[in-house]
Design a protein around this ligand. Structure first.
Ligand code: FAD
Ligand code: UDP
Length: 359
């Protein structure tokens, strides 16, 4: 059998590429080393019948109508706005930091955006050029809030200090002067009604697409005839680590089940103190809207071992990535796309948008 495309990985990058190319008449083989499609967005029902995200909480949010319309061909949606509480010294505070957070933490009674803006101005540090994630936060809201809500969570999550991470990492979290307690403010915020895996099944269920699960592409690449490859795995692995290993962060998940309808006060609780080694707990029913008298939670323990989940954005890692990128550009019949292949801290919609632009 000859294929027009060999696609490595069945996550968002691989699946959307497969769907686009197959719909144009190309014969596509998708090779995935895990036992399932969906990449890190994979969801399934656990042994208690609760729909969970096996690789941690995935909330779909985008400002792109194109991305939303494209995915809408493969799923109906459930309106859902994500909310997170930070747990600090036994108290819960809205995160991103907003007026409610400040009033509760400092015993203030600010009523307007302007009052909170003045407060931030009184504590923020003037930094001419922001060069790292610590400075990104301190230049907006000062050292105390940085230490309380960001410093320790970040050290746990990334294994390095915030001042070793590029400004874009903590720059993901906005600072608010109003009382908006949503995690995201994107125009489209929805969950796939029957879950991500069902959406991927519909995307990949085409006569021009063949899928091989439980297969590392390296074990079959020499036995398959294809014109072009689309590679969505880690870029350093593709080149057999010839310039050294790119650091990726992984997570170990622990699962808990409770005989109660809801256990947490919001979908996720972020544990921003040092006394607890994990970063966050997530209760999936808030997201999925599933009705049940019992509930399942995941707890995330970040680790440097295990499957790569997060590229670690900073200058040093970026320089190493550039070496691999230059190598990749020499290969005219291989396209590198996605969070691992481009070493970019992409959200799902950004990966979809990128693939749609290409095909
Ligand atoms: P992946 O989903 O990682 O897919 C790559 C696939 O390639 C994997 O299935 C892998 O098994 C396979 N592969 C790798 N090497 C090989 C090989 N040698 N042979 C065969 N197959 C191989 N994004 C959001 O928009 N909202 C969120 O709320 C959100 N939360 C997240 C929470 C966590 C804990 C994590 C880790 C990520 C989160 N993301 C979120 C990001 C989201 O997971 C990614 O943007 C998206 O999954 C990237 O898709 P991808 O196809 O590039 O990579
Ligand atoms: N972060 C933090 N405290 C929080 C929430 C986030 O310090 O309560 C930092 C942390 O470094 C985290 C980053 O901001 O890794 C990005 O957060 P996000 O929620 O976007 O992470 P993800 O969902 O991608 O794991």
């Amino acid at each position: 059998m000859k294929y027009d495309y060999l696609i490595v990985g069945a996550g968002f990058a691989g699946a959307v590429a497969a769907e686009r190319l197959a719909s144009k008449g190309n014969k596509v083989l998708v090779v995935e080393k895990r036992s399932h499609i969906g990449g890190n967005a994979y969801d399934e029902y656990d042994e208690h019948g609760i729909l969970v995200h096996r690789y941690g909480p995935h909330i779909f949010h985008t400002n792109s109508k194109d991305v939303f319309d494209y995915l809408s061909q493969f799923t109906e949606w459930r309106f859902y706005e994500h909310r997170v509480l930070a747990q600090l010294n036994g108290e819960l505070y809205p995160i991103p930091i907003n007026r409610t957070t400040i009033n509760k933490l400092y015993g203030k009674n600010f009523r307007t955006d302007e009052e909170v803006r003045r407060f931030f101005n009184s504590v923020r540090k003037n930094i001419n050029t922001v060069t790292n994630s610590e400075e990104k936060i301190v230049s907006q809201i000062g050292e105390d809030l940085f230490e309380k809500f960001f410093k320790r969570y970040t050290k746990k999550q990334w294994g390095i200090e915030a001042n070793q991470l590029s400004p874009s990492v903590l720059g993901r979290i906005p600072v608010r002067t109003n009382t908006d307690d949503r995690y995201f403010t994107d125009k489209y915020q929805f969950m796939p009604k029957e879950g991500y895996t069902k959406m991927f099944e519909r995307m990949l269920n085409q006569k021009n697409i063949e899928i091989m699960l439980n297969t590392d592409y390296k074990t079959i690449v020499n036995d398959v005839i294809f014109d072009k490859m689309i590679y969505t795995g880690p870029i350093d692995s593709f080149f057999d680590y010839k310039f050294g290993k790119l650091p990726y962060r992984s997570i170990r998940f622990e699962w808990e089940h409770f005989d109660e309808e809801f256990h947490l006060k919001a979908t996720s609780h972020n544990f921003v103190g040092n006394e607890i080694e994990f970063t966050r707990k997530t209760e999936y029913k808030y997201m999925t809207g599933q009705k049940s008298g019992t509930t399942t939670l995941s707890t995330e323990y970040p680790t440097s071992k295990g499957d790569p989940y997060y590229p670690i954005p900073n200058d040093e890692n970026y320089s190493l990535y550039q070496k691999y990128k230059i190598e990749s550009q020499k290969l005219k019949n291989v396209e590198f796309i996605g969070r691992l292949a481009e070493y970019k801290y992409y959200n799902m919609d950004q990966v979809v948008g990128k693939v749609l632009l290409l095909w």
